[in-house]
Design a binder for this molecule. Structure first.
Ligand code: NAI
Length: 474
């Protein structure tokens, strides 16, 4: 009997196993893991370079400017105390920007190298999804068994505020100003506002942060919020709290930011050379064609996904800033890894209860798990162990004795529920707690772990000791 001709199913004709749309931290990590798992993978990216917002106009360039401006601050404030005498360096802004661009270049090229190494195809251009299992880039339509939306987010502005990225800027413009302004108004005391505000304050600008709420960094531990605001104020940042910005009017050389104080509805305004709008970001999914496909969205514009990052359209997944959850590069990376495993038929998992958050000011701020406010709201019995960096020899030696480590542990089981750190290298120290939480550690487990002396990490151990019989150097 003649064998029946096999008619390939549409899926079997797919050119790729996976097409990832967007080469930010979520997308590129997802693609690399897909390739490692043996899937034929392509990434669609319209920027000239890989790495998305984080590498090109976000996390990485801001860290370069934070580092350079921190060095300047150290030279001006602490060098003499250590016997380092001499003229404080002057700022060559053009050179600082090219240092920043070099850092970006090294990292974006690094991802290009990783794509080549893992045989990932870069489909250059902006992608859309004309039908299930298809991605259109330019005039070409590519077929894929699985598609991952990893298109990230874009800055969201306010009504009455027109962004020109020159004098009224988002974080993107703030990373490439033509000169260091004499004055800057930052709208929003969130992560971007405080990090970029710190950079320009250290470089000599008069920085005023106008914030709608009564506390900075919404969602952070209350004590950390207060300490950070106090320390940043001491560094010269001014804060106008409880102020709803009404609009920005451009004038000659300066822009006028009008605001209304929430406590009494009184109106006021402030002028500055540059206005940085840092009032949050929104998912970037425009142009993908999701509406025509009937892809379900959440009220705040994110793509709706289930616990395996699947949308309601078969074979279509979404991760990172484009879906619900904190807009953080590392959260996107974790989802990228996990969705790759899911697509490869394995088990992908993200523990949303243990995602650290870091603010790269000086001092740094880092937190993971529950805040005291959340625990109180949940009515949970907990113990607090707190240790001030003032009792840490290493921190004092490098003029960073401000701040504290606070560990929150369950009152009965002693299991660590959260930690909040403000102080030197907080963004590094937090990971000891993250690992501990992943392993279900008790505060005592951390307290009984030998910590090298002299390190900043000893402050974490001391806070853990403070959850029990007490810290030693307090
Ligand atoms: P954000 O959500 O952290 O802060 C925005 C702030 O603007 C809030 O405090 C809010 O109350 C305030 N605001 C909103 N409307 C206002 C108005 N009309 N007048 C005055 N204040 C107003 O947003 P941000 O800083 O723009 O960051 C965007 C996203 O990027 C966040 O999700 C953040 O986590 C992420 N990001 C993370 C970084 C990190 O992990 N180090 C660095 C930079 C950004």
């Amino acid at each position: 009997m003649r064998a029946r001709r096999q008619i390939p199913k549409e899926q079997d004709m797919a050119e790729f196993d996976v097409i990832v749309i967007g080469a930010g931290p979520g997308g590129y990590v997802c693609a690399i893991r897909c390739a490692q798992l043996g899937l034929k993978t392509a990434v669609v990216e319209g920027r000239e370079t890989l790495g998305g917002t984080c590498l090109n106009v976000g996390c990485i360039p801001s860290k370069a400017l934070l580092h350079a401006s921190h060095m300047l601050h150290e030279a001006g404030h602490n060098f003499e105390k250590m016997g380092l005498i001499g003229a404080t360096p002057k700022v060559d802004w053009a050179k600082m920007l090219s240092y920043k661009d070099e850092v970006i270049g090294q990292n974006t090229k690094g991802i290009e190298f990783l794509f080549k190494k893992n045989k990932i195809t870069w489909l250059k251009g902006w992608g859309s999804i004309p039908a299930a299992g298809q991605v259109k880039v330019g005039d070409e339509v590519h077929a894929a068994k699985a598609i991952v939306i990893a298109t990230g987010s874009e800055p969201s502005s306010l009504p009455g505020v027109e962004i020109d990225e020159k004098t009224v800027v988002t974080s993107t413009g703030a990373l490439a100003l033509p000169k260091v302004p004499k004055s800057m108004v930052v709208i929003g005391a969130g992560v971007i506002g405080l990090e970029m505000g710190s950079v320009y304050a250290r470089l000599g600008a008069e920085v005023t942060v106008v914030e709608y709420l009564d506390a900075i960094t919404p969602g952070m531990d209350g004590e950390v919020q207060k300490t950070l605001q106090r320390l940043l104020s001491r560094q010269g940042l001014k804060f106008v709290m409880g102020a709803a910005v009404q609009g920005v009017t451009k004038g000659k050389g300066t822009s006028r930011v009008a605001y209304k104080l929430r406590k009494d509805d009184s109106e006021a305004a402030i002028e500055a050379e540059v206005v940085l709008v840092a009032t949050g970001r929104r998912p970037y999914t425009a142009g993908l064609g999701l509406e025509a496909l009937g892809v379900e969205m959440l009220p705040r514009g994110q793509v709706r996904t289930d616990d395996r990052w699947r949308t309601n359209l078969p074979g279509l997944h979404a991760i990172g800033d484009a879906v619900a959850g904190p807009m953080l590069a590392h959260k996107a990376e974790d989802e990228g890894l996990a969705v790759a495993e899911v697509i490869a038929g394995k088990h992908g998992h993200v523990n949303y209860g243990v995602i650290p958050g870091v603010i790269y000011t000086t001092p740094e701020v880092a937190s993971v798990g529950k805040t005291e406010e959340q625990l109180k709201e949940e009515g949970r019995a907990y113990r607090t162990g707190k240790f001030f960096f003032m009792g840490n020899a290493r921190a004092k030696a490098v003029f960073q004795g401000e701040g504290f480590v606070k560990i929150l542990a369950d009152k009965d089981s002693d299991r660590v529920l959260g930690a909040h750190i403000i102080g030197p290298a907080a963004g590094e120290l937090i990971h000891e707690i993250c690992v501990g939480m992943e392993f279900g550690a008790s505060a005592e487990d951390i307290a009984l772990t030998c910590h090298a002396h002299p390190t900043f990490s000893e402050a974490v151990r001391e806070a853990a000791l403070a959850c029990g019989d007490g810290a030693i150097h307090a």
